[in-house]
Design a binder for this molecule. Structure first.
Ligand code: BG6
Length: 476
């Protein structure tokens, strides 16, 4: 196969990500510090693959120094994780800090910096405290928005002088979509209005935290943004009905966060649709003003797969509460390339298409790929004689995606980097350790010991040589 050499621009960041709850484990956690995810794991243990979950995860809480050693060996310039809100405080109402956990975060950040790795910290990667979910309905409550701001203030007071890259949320649309829109998780309630309220309250929380960040004077040396997961949406055809399906999908799932965060306002068409279907979120003029005045500095985008839709082919069942699927249904493209383990289509051009959109529709704001990666099942079968996992599929996946991303960068898109999901194998919601994502293997049969995979050495060369080879299309 013919190869092409691609250059990586000098300052283009190459890093990797994980989150707190997917790696830390419960070591040192107090009983009152469950997150929503911890409770879901405890209550619905059977739905988590092989029973694994956040309880031990990768034991990062105890092994972070060892892991940072591997990050250094690979040469990562940036590492993103989250602070676990439910663990950082012992009292969420008055924001009393858990000093043990805070000391661990302090040391982890120091260790990263001492090893030349820039920490990128997210304030919420689904770790909403369970008690706030039970008492107030979680992100459906404006009171929870205020508690999040109090929590953010404590975090900024402690680490604001060390960390230069901050984010309010990771994928703020996800939890409520699974919980209230699709009702596939505890508490199994289908309630589209609640879904919209969560969406809005998280956008409002982002704006309030951005405002706080600026008031605290942190903008002089640091940036604050949000990590979003726009699903790059393609219509089946150019016909108006399919185009409309894609446009409406995009409004409800992508623009619902992209627009308030970057443009400071919601699309009018979204307001119209919400009104038509009686799902408008409770809001005030003053709150919309806060959103308007506090746009983010930059955004991280998590891009994994394309989303394909077509117009509905059957009538909507009117007994079902409104769901955006009223306007679309999934389109299954014949012959698409799949990652069969995760069930996600592989279509690297999403990088380029989304990048152009950021340039054309979102004022060429600064952004970066905050997550992209490939989860593969039973990776042990790829171990070589020496016991190292030879994950050539991951190397191919990364190079194909990077190739499209860097093409956009060459064309003037303001994308500043690429962060792989994930630094190490880790626990996924429900799938637990089924699909492995890491550059670093976590061996569950051997005390969770770590070992670099082939992709880690490839990544190491990518970072040091700032170039990589990719396959050219082959026409046979
Ligand atoms: C992203 C999330 O959506 O995808 C991560 O930010 C998640 O938390 C990753 O682990 C991979 O998806 P999954 O469901 O396979 O873990």
């Amino acid at each position: 196969m013919q190869k092409k050499l691609i250059q990586v621009p000098k300052d283009f960041m190459i890093g990797a990500a994980v989150s707190a709850w997917q790696t830390e484990g419960w070591s040192g956690k107090k009983d009152s510090q469950d997150s929503y995810l911890d409770v879901w794991y405890k209550n619905n243990h059977n739905v988590w693959h092989d029973g694994y979950g956040p309880a031990v995860a990768t034991d990062f809480r105890n092994r972070y120094k060892e892991d940072i050693g591997y990050m250094k060996e690979i040469g990562l310039t940036h590492f993103r994780t989250s602070i676990n809100w439910s663990r950082f405080l012992v009292d969420y109402e008055t924001a009393v800090v858990d000093e043990d956990y805070a000391a661990y975060i302090d040391d982890m950040i120091n260790e990263l910096i001492a090893n030349g790795i820039e920490p990128m910290i997210c304030l919420e990667h689904y770790e909403v405290p369970a008690v706030l979910f039970e008492n107030y309905g979680g992100w459906g409550s404006k009171h929870v928005v205020e508690l999040f701001v109090k929590y953010a203030e404590k975090v900024f007071e402690r680490y604001g002088d060390k960390v230069r890259n901050w984010f309010t949320f990771n994928e703020p649309v996800v939890v409520q979509t699974r919980v209230y829109l699709d009702a596939i998780r505890y508490p199994f309630e289908q309630n589209t209005k609640k879904w919209m309220q969560w969406n809005y309250n998280k956008a409002l929380a982002t704006a309030k935290v951005v405002s706080l960040f600026r008031k605290m004077g942190l903008s002089q040396s640091a940036k604050i943004g949000v990590i979003l997961n726009p699903e790059v949406t393609y219509a089946r055809s150019s016909a108006p009905h399919d185009q409309e399906a894609a446009r409406i999908y995009d409004l409800f799932f992508n623009r619902v966060f992209l627009d308030p965060s970057i443009k400071g306002e919601y699309p009018q068409e979204l307001f119209d649709l919400m009104e038509k279907h009686d799902i408008t979120f409770e809001h005030t003029k003053e709150e919309l003003g806060i959103i308007n005045r506090n746009k983010v500095d930059y955004v991280g985008l998590n891009l994994y797969f394309p989303h394909r839709v077509q117009a509905r082919t059957s009538a909507w069942n009117e007994r079902i509460p409104f769901h955006p699927a009223y306007y679309y249904e999934k389109f299954d493209l014949p012959g698409k390339k799949m990652n069969p383990y995760r069930g996600w289509e592989i279509y690297p051009q999403i990088m380029y298409d989304m990048a152009l959109r950021m340039k054309e529709e979102y004022g060429n704001i600064e952004w970066f790929i905050a997550e992209n990666g490939m989860g593969v099942e039973k990776e042990q079968r790829f171990k070589n004689e020496d016991g190292m996992i030879e994950d050539d599929y991951r190397i191919e996946f990364i190079s194909d995606h990077l190739k499209w991303l860097l093409k956009a960068v060459e064309e003037g898109v303001n994308c500043r980097g690429y962060m792989l999901w994930a630094f190490s194998d880790n626990v996924s919601p429900m799938n637990a350790f089924k699909n492995r994502y890491g550059l670093v293997e976590i061996n569950l049969e051997d005390n969770r010991n770590r070992r670099l995979k082939k992709s880690a050495y490839w990544y190491q060369r990518l970072i040091s040589e700032r170039q990589f080879e990719t396959n050219m299309e082959e026409y046979k």
